[in-house]
Design a protein around this ligand. Structure first.
Ligand code: ATP
Length: 357
C-alpha cells in the first residue's frame, strides 16, 4: 500500500476547479515533484495535503490513516514554503526549538535534535546566530532543519529554493536530495523549475489544469513525454507537423514538407495528422550533403559547456545543441547538414497537440 494516497481530489472555487480529480500514490521514502506552470494547482494540492486547504471532494490518506479532515498541526508534517519566514527575534536554535516545544519535546531531547538537525544541513555551531546574520542559503537551510527536527512523516516543500541565486540553488538541490535519501523521508516538492524537479525527485508528476497528466521517473518523462505539453514543459524540443504516409504495426513514415521521417515503435492510421518531435541534443551537425537535412546556421550561441545552434532548413528553424569539446562549430551563415537516429524521433497526434499545448 502506498504511504501517501490522494484519491479523486477536487478543490472548487465557485465554478472553477483548482484541482480537478487528482489521484496520486507516493511510496514510503519516495521523493515526488509536482511540476507544472503557474496556476496548474500545485500549491493547492500541497496545501490540501498539509491541511491548509479543505478539498471539495476526495481523500488524503497518510500511512493508512484518512487525514482529509485532520487539523494541520495534528498531521505530523514538516513544511518548507517559499517564504520560509524564520522568527527574526529568535536565534537559529530557538527557531528550530519552537516546533519541538509545541510538540511537548523535553528540553534535553530538544537540544539533541537541534544539534542533529543543524549538523544535517551543515550549520553545526551556528545555533546562537540570529537569522539576519545568515546568508540566504543558510537561512534556507535553517528552515529545512526546522522542518526536519520534528521528524515528520512527510516533508512538503513549496518552491523552497526560489529565493536563492542559481548557483546556490543548484548546490541546495544536491544537498537536500542527499539529506532526504539519508533520512528516507517521504517528500513532495512543488516547483515550476524542471531542472529542480529532475535533479531531486524519484518521480515527476507533470500537472496541467488541476490534474496530473503524466507521472514517471525524470528520465522516462523527458524521453517519452505523453503529450506535447509534457514534451515542451520538460526541456526544449523541435516539432514538425506532418501526415502518416506509410505504416505497419512497428513504425510510421511521416511526410513532413516533402521529407519522409521514419518513426519506429509508433503505429498510427494512414493520413493521420501528427507532430514528429526531436530534442536538440539528439541532432548532430554534419558537413552539408552528408546528413539527412541541409540548412544554414542562422545562430550560434556559446553557453560554456554547450553550443546552441539554430539551423534554417526547409523543415523550418531547427534547434540543436552540442557539447563544447574545445573547437568552434561552423560560423553563422555556413551551410551544414543535420543527422539523427530514427529511434530519437517521437510522435504525437496533432489533435492532442492542439488541444493540450
Ligand atoms: P504557482 O506556480 O503560480 O504558485 P500553482 O500551480 O501552485 O501556481 P495554485 O496556487 O494551486 O497554482 O492555484 C491554482 C488555481 O487556483 C489558480 O488559478 C488560482 O488562481 C486558483 N486559486 C487558488 N487559491 C484560490 C482561492 N482561495 N480562491 C480562488 N481561486 C484560487
Amino acid at each position: 500500500m502506498a504511504f501517501l494516497t490522494l484519491e479523486g481530489l477536487v478543490k472548487s472555487y465557485g465554478s472553477f476547479k483548482a484541482i480537478d480529480g487528482l489521484n496520486l500514490e507516493v511510496q514510503q521514502g519516495e521523493f515526488v515533484a509536482l511540476l507544472g506552470p503557474s496556476g496548474c494547482g500545485k500549491t493547492t494540492t500541497l496545501q490540501s495535503i498539509a491541511g491548509f486547504v479543505q478539498p471539495t471532494e476526495g481523500r488524503v490518506v497518510l500511512n493508512g490513516r484518512d487525514i482529509t479532515h485532520v487539523r494541520p498541526e495534528a498531521r505530523g508534517l514538516g513544511i518548507v514554503f517559499q517564504s520560509y519566514a524564520l522568527f527574526p527575534h529568535m536565534t537559529v536554535a530557538q527557531n528550530i526549538s519552537f516546533g519541538l516545544e509545541m510538540r511537548g519535546v523535553a528540553k534535553a531531547e530538544r537540544a539533541r535534535r537541534i544539534a542533529e538537525a543543524l549538523d544535517l544541513v551543515r550549520l553545526g555551531g551556528l545555533g546562537e546566530r540570529y537569522p539576519k546574520a545568515l546568508s540566504g542559503g543558510q537561512r534556507q537551510r535553517v528552515a529545512i532543519a526546522r522542518a526536519l527536527a520534528i521528524r515528520p512523516d512527510l516533508l512538503l516543500l513549496d518552491e523552497p529554493m526560489s529565493n536563492l541565486d542559481a548557483k546556490l540553488r543548484e548546490e541546495m538541490h544536491i544537498e537536500l536530495r542527499a539529506i532526504q535519501r539519508d533520512l528516507g523521508i517521504t517528500t513532495i516538492l512543488v516547483t515550476h523549475d524542471q531542472v529542480e524537479a529532475m535533479t531531486m525527485s524519484d518521480r515527476i508528476a507533470v500537472m496541467q489544469r488541476g490534474r496530473i497528466v503524466q507521472i514517471d521517473t525524470p528520465f522516462e518523462a523527458y524521453e517519452r513525454p505523453h503529450s506535447p505539453f509534457a514534451s515542451a514543459f520538460l526541456g526544449k524540443t523541435n516539432a514538425f507537423a506532418g501526415a502518416v504516409q506509410h505504416r505497419n504495426a512497428r513504425c510510421c513514415d511521416v511526410q513532413v514538407q516533402g521529407a519522409l521521417l521514419h518513426v519506429p515503435h509508433e503505429d498510427r492510421a494512414l493520413g493521420n495528422d501528427v507532430n514528429v518531435y526531436i530534442r536538440p541534443e539528439k541532432l548532430r551537425l554534419t558537413q552539408a550533403g552528408l546528413g539527412r537535412l541541409n540548412g544554414h546556421v542562422r545562430l550560434r550561441v556559446f553557453l560554456g559547456n554547450l553550443w546552441l545552434i539554430a539551423v534554417d532548413s526547409h523543415l523550418g528553424l531547427v534547434h540543436m545543441t552540442q557539447p563544447n569539446l574545445g573547437s568552434l562549430p561552423p560560423d553563422e551563415g555556413s551551410e551544414v547538414g543535420l543527422d539523427w537516429s530514427d529511434d530519437d524521433l517521437r510522435l504525437l497526434d496533432r489533435e492532442i497537440a492542439h488541444g493540450q499545448v
